[in-house]
Design a protein around this ligand. Sequence first.
Ligand code: AMP
Ligand code: MG
Length: 348
Amino acid sequence: MLLLVRCVLVFMLCGFITEGNLAKERLSPAKPPLQRYEYSRPQMGTIFRVVLYARSENQAKTAAEAALNRVDALNQILSDYVADSELNKLSATAGTGKAVRLSPDLWAVLQKAQKVSRETNGAFDVTVGPLVQLWRRARRQHQLPSPEALAQAKAKTGYQQVILKKFKKTAELRVPGMQLDMGAIGKGYAVDEAMLVLREKGIKCALVDGGGNIRVSKAPPGTKGWEIDLSTSNRTDHIGGQKVYLKNAGVATSGDLYQFVEFNGQRYSHIINPFTGLGLTDQRRVTIMAKNGTDADWLSTALSVLPTPEGIKLANRTSKAAASIVWNADGKLQQEQSHRFRQLKWVK
Ligand code: AMP
Ligand code: MG
């Protein structure tokens, strides 16, 4: 009798559990698997690419469009090519004594840029605009800027001449003719912001690439991370085998070993040494991994300007940053690595 009661009880429980599971399945049908989607759009003088994993094309497309629209909006704020960008409107007030109230985005980027300028003692400086424009013109006209033109442009630079007021979120540019240039931090900020939009749209696993300024979130399904190749080559040498799996991080490279303008046998890079006003003359390729795209972007430019030992120290003391500096010594590539870069596990 006791055995029979036990059997009935077990049977009833089994029945209850089975019913319960069925009810649950009816309420939430199996989710479709995550699939890879890719979208791109020209923006900020480069191509912005979004790779993401979503459960439907509709979700993927809506999220990617929202993220790329965010990049468009940031370009309208941060670009020095768009005549009526917020950045150019601010630059137009230079020397008038006016403190201009900034949008949250311009405030965030400019405040970060100023902090970084202090940390690098001015090696990174978003007031290099007049020098950048002088060198752009030199490249177009195939003519080295005159010493007078260089001195005049340099006199309109200096991050110490930008006054930020935290409480009112205003900026004042103190010297007439000052021109801000976000070329070394804006794309990094844009990929971070695009990633935030993707997350708001329910996308947890994505890569946003703005012309080599990359931000990744969670690893693609079934992988250890996004595979990123950090190897470097020149015509005669190659540093290979430096592929990593990355997640929740930013990556950027600066100073392509072949992007420069040449006058009288001397090569000048598009990155300016703010202390001399000249385009950099020692070509190096800096690769940074950092906690986000903004850090990777500014660090890659700062380490292009700073002497190598100082740059490596800066990477070592910046939270979660890893750096590699590669240069060309008579055709042979040399590499200096920060301590976190040395600890990276390469993909076999
Ligand atoms: P990137 O390719 O990220 O190294 O950025 C290079 C761009 O940043 C240049 O094209 C300029 O617009 C700007 N730039 C050049 N030199 C500097 C500098 N020393 N500090 C900040 N921005 C710079
Ligand atoms: Mg940069």
